[in-house]
Design a protein around this ligand. Structure first.
Ligand code: ZN
Length: 229
């Protein structure tokens, strides 16, 4: 059995300015456990109230949890995160302006272009240049494991445009939301070389990850976290 540190996935695209990682089952999205393992005060770990929306929240001094599916901050010493169990967790860092972001994108969020809107938020609010932004996509349910109905497929397709993330299968469809969100990031101007992606599929690895489709109602949550320290 791996220990908690081994299951922290640290994308190598981020530099020393930020702490950035994805968790698996062992740490989950448990602020107490994460606080202990990373020696960060529990009060300095912020999770929004996720609603599969396209709401991007700019976190300043007030740390009251609000409804949002993306959080952005320039504040130092706070770890922001999102919780997932099959949905795509994404982390962003604008190196030049020192801004970080965490995004939760399920099919609804992807249909609402939450990834693209978060990047545009950085561009509008901080005058960010997409070439300065690094993006990491964490473990999620991947293509062949994620069968969807026509309505879901159409909604994501409309928001994202065509791509090989839609996989026809036996008259139905599978979809790779990680790839769809990567396409949204590319269309918002992020260069491919600035993008890191986990190859883990949560459904294929139910021992290491919570998977809503695998564990159903018993699924917990893991997370993606980033902060300027
Ligand atoms: Zn799989």
């Amino acid at each position: 059995m791996v220990n908690a540190m081994d299951i922290l996935i640290r994308p190598d695209i981020f530099d020393g300015q930020v702490k950035a990682f994805f968790t698996g089952k062992s740490l989950g999205a448990d602020r107490d456990k994460i606080s202990k393992v990373l020696s960060i005060d529990k009060d300095d770990i912020y999770l929004p109230l996720q609603k599969h929306s396209d709401i991007v929240w700019l976190l300043n001094a007030d740390r009251t949890p609000v409804t949002a599916d993306a959080v952005i901050t320039q504040a130092k010493g706070i770890l922001i995160g999102v919780q997932v169990a099959d949905c795509v967790p994404a982390l962003l860092h604008d190196k030049k302006n020192s801004v970080v972001g965490a995004v939760h994108a399920g099919w609804r969020g992807t249909s609402l272009q939450i990834m693209k809107k978060t990047i545009l938020f950085l561009v509008e609010q901080f005058d960010s240049d997409p070439h300065d932004i690094n993006v990491a996509f964490g473990p999620s349910i991947r293509g062949n494991c994620y069968a969807v109905g026509t309505e879901v497929k159409d909604a994501v397709l409309k928001a994202t445009g065509p791509g090989d993330y839609v996989i026809p299968r036996d008259g139905k469809f599978c979809m790779d939301l990680s790839s769809a969100n990567m396409l949204q990031a590319l269309s918002a101007g992020i260069p491919l070389k600035n993008i890191w992606r986990s190859h883990e599929c949560t459904f294929c690895n139910p021992r290491d990850f919570h998977s809503y489709r695998y564990h159903k109602d018993y699924a917990g949550r893991q997370g993606g976290f980033i902060g300027i320290f």
